[in-house]
Design a binder for this molecule. Sequence first.
Ligand code: C2O
Ligand code: CU
Ligand code: CU
Length: 520
Amino acid sequence: MNRRGFLAAGLASLGAACGLQQAKPGAEPSRVALSDVKRLGVLRVDPIAGRCRYVADLGTRQVVQPILFARRGERFDAVIENALPQPTTVHFHGLTLSQAQDGAGFDPIPPGERKRVRFEVQNRSGLYWFHPHPHGFTAEQVYAGLAGLLVVTDDDDQALDAALALAPANRLALAIADVRVGNGVIRPYAPGATDCLNGWLGNQALVNGRLDAAWTVAPGWVRVQILNACNARGLLLGFQDRNEAEQKKLLPFHLLGTDGGLLAAPRELDRVFLHGGERVDVALDVSGRRALQAVSLEFDARHHAQGAAAAHRHPARERYAPLAAAAVCQDDSPGGDRPADGSALGLFTLRVEGRASERAPGLPAHLSALPDSSSPSEAPTRRIRLDFDERSGFLIDQTPYSVDEAGFSVNRGAREVWEIKNSPISMPHPMHVHGFGFRVLRRQGTFGAARRFATEPGGRFATDLGVKDTVLAWPNETLWLELDFSLPRAAAFGGPQRYMFHCHNREHEDGMMMRNITVL
Ligand code: C2O
Ligand code: CU
Ligand code: CU
């Protein structure tokens, strides 16, 4: 099919996909093998609400907003086609790819153009995701609906499902975003000055594209891989029994994995905090229950910065039309309807149907072998400061992002310790590194309310365990991370490779809280 044909067919098949206001219980977006994708189209489908969609063209049929599946070692070889009126990219968050395949912000696909992308999935099993990253437009495009999930599986992952005796409906991959809903309609992206400083928040959860989302599962273990796909909202995730909702009692669950796959051993919790871009993999036994509600509990969001109304304007924005709203980062809308960060939010429902045949099996004590971590004492330390500047907003090392900068250079194969210090006059920043997983060594300076999340040695949170690509820095905290810049043999990327390091609060990344990294 030629380009026009593809787009026309894509648009035609999308008519029905736009009426996403009400969730159809049990309806799950189609799963597509990564290796079957021939084209991945980025479409603007609804000029009024500004909702956008990914469309996977499989040669024989098209799937709107697919959940991609891959076995470790499988390949993606597809053309990415940009039908937006703005530049875009498709960045595979968490995967180790060459610069040319990474879809970073300095490498946009202009409107109407296409790019061939080919890579092999080399990462451990886990929940990864793909989203646009064009510098200055990321927040708007992701909020408009462009975020897709990639589930990577391997032997450890399959062994775990077998050990849990998981019913097919009991494994879920969910992207939780928050949207602003008024009069039953999702409002388009229209941040005011305060939103551009602190982040654009919604008042309702949109899970896999649906409001009031619900899934039907069978009794026994349920395994849910969850992405925080919100622009700027942290989620304090917990589960309650719907029939005991009054008591607000939290049901115990087990953390199986984080960003880069399974932990060495499961960890029992009753709540877990994940910020934008972070993922958790959890198991809960729903036997004997009829319905569960996943919620984000209230927490102290710790915003300690004011001002910077003019942050986040850059030349690229003026050249292209916005997807929906006309003015961003200007005045705050009168009426002050900005939802509060840290407020409680209902996320999704699990309905339990069917009769349990027997008791759910015990959880395996061992889940996977983590890549080893060198002795950090030998690794050189790189100091990074997260600052706040009244005029420019949030910055890394006082340096506003520039697409052309080389940024920091690191040597291929090197191990480094990064000491990231967040200013006390600040807010939480979920910091993300492209291309390379890292380990969180320890935290210091965590303020009182967030210290309750520090359940692990070294003052770490449960979401700091395992292999990470995104880590939260609260105001006043210092974090120590260990990074390993070796590229897998199969990657064999020739020459220096440029990646990005940034805050995943999408208003902050568009607002220049980002640096490039060059791997020499
Ligand atoms: Cu999820 Cu630089 O991105
Ligand atoms: Cu990324
Ligand atoms: Cu930030």
